[in-house]
Design a protein around this ligand. Sequence first.
Ligand code: SF4
Length: 235
Amino acid sequence: MVTGENNQAGCMLAEDVRRYYLDTMGIQVWQSLEQPPDDMETEAPANRDIVWQQLEQAVSSCTKCELHASRTQTVFGVGNKNADLLIIGEAPGRDEDLQGEPFVGRAGQLLNAMLAAIGFQRDQVYIANILKCRPPNNRDPKPEEAEACDSWLRQQIELIQPVVILVLGRIAAHKLLNTDQSLGALRGKQYNYEGIPLIVSYHPAYLLRKPVDKRKSWQDLKQIKYLLNSDGSPA
Ligand code: SF4
């Protein structure tokens, strides 16, 4: 049983962690946000689980583009399959290719910090890439590779039915929005991806190289939080 005193201690700890994450992001100014959602669904019906399993199995044996030949393994996606927030990045890097999970390593840690700053734990959102296999030497994905992989991500989006999509980085934004504008021109606006609000922001790997832009990233995260709250989903 959780006593009021223990509960208060837990809240203080959570606040400390959140402030640590904000410090990590270089954010000095902080406004109190509401607690993370505690009523998010965590289990899908059995038939949806089967569809997810079939989809992941199909991706794991995919040979639709040349990247299948050089991958260690496919990087399908990770997180809450009923998530309100779907995060989409570019493609697996070396660590992701080895571990089979998107956004690991230092960029993944920064993403976790960014999520914590708006009240989410990593396992409360779903994280995927537009490409499921690593391009050699981390080169940019070729258009034909992104096109070949597109149906896998579309099926994931259809199954998750997120409230908001956060797209991280120029490559993913170009693919999903069918544009070649700079990331600086794309962020700060709200888009519509087949009826779902979509926000573009900086990739954590970029923010590690250029931390001065973390403040702009924070503005994007606040917009995400606003969209989720205005929908009434995570309070
Ligand atoms: S990148 Fe996508 S389309 Fe290409 S082999 Fe991997 S899963 Fe298939």
